[in-house]
Design a protein around this ligand. Sequence first.
Ligand SMILES: [Zn+2]
Length: 230
Amino acid sequence: MGVTISGSVGRAGDNRKSDTRNVQKLLNAVFPATPLHVDGISGPKTIRRIERFQKGFMKRPDGRVDPESRTLRRLNAAAPGLQKKWRGDSTKWSERKKLVSLDDRFLSKVVRVLEALESEGFKPKIVYAWRSLAEQQRLVAEGKSRTRFSFHNAQKKIGVPGSYAADIIDQRWGWGREAEAAGFWQALGRIAKAHGLYWGGDWRTVKDFAHVQFYPNSRLGAVKKQSGFA
Ligand SMILES: [Zn+2]
């Protein structure tokens, strides 16, 4: 599972080119905003980037990634976007795959919210469940999101998605006016909150009517850390 290397990479490492390239790709998946050149050369920038990643869980970062090390496991866990299964535009996934990408406890609540909406005559559909950190940075660059890490990016330590957020629309109306007129957003907010979830329609500044999440916003930093993002 995940990326493997044949020798150590970084400070005083074996620094084989193919290994170094693999580590650089992992680092770029974790820090997509400022990517390294994937050149297979373990220079000062690559070493500093390894140290930056290690700061999240090591007292004294050593700037090196060894084949069976905690740093490599953590890198793999923090970069699920590199795993084929979870790559690409997550809005295009099947509804089932979107559900699988949610954290288990959140999933059971989302399923009940969807059922309740259906029983009221709506046709709910998930647009975004989990999305990769790379996808998140793209949304920020396009002005569609303001946060570089969101509950949509949360993941389990073993390197699989575990989103704590989902964006739900009625498939007939999307974000169009009809959704508001038909009372869809109000119904989504009411039902989500009845299940103990938090609703983006309650945000004070930029309202996010389709968005529901498992935790209050105050937990975002803790979830980011749990997800392996230092
Ligand atoms: Zn959202």
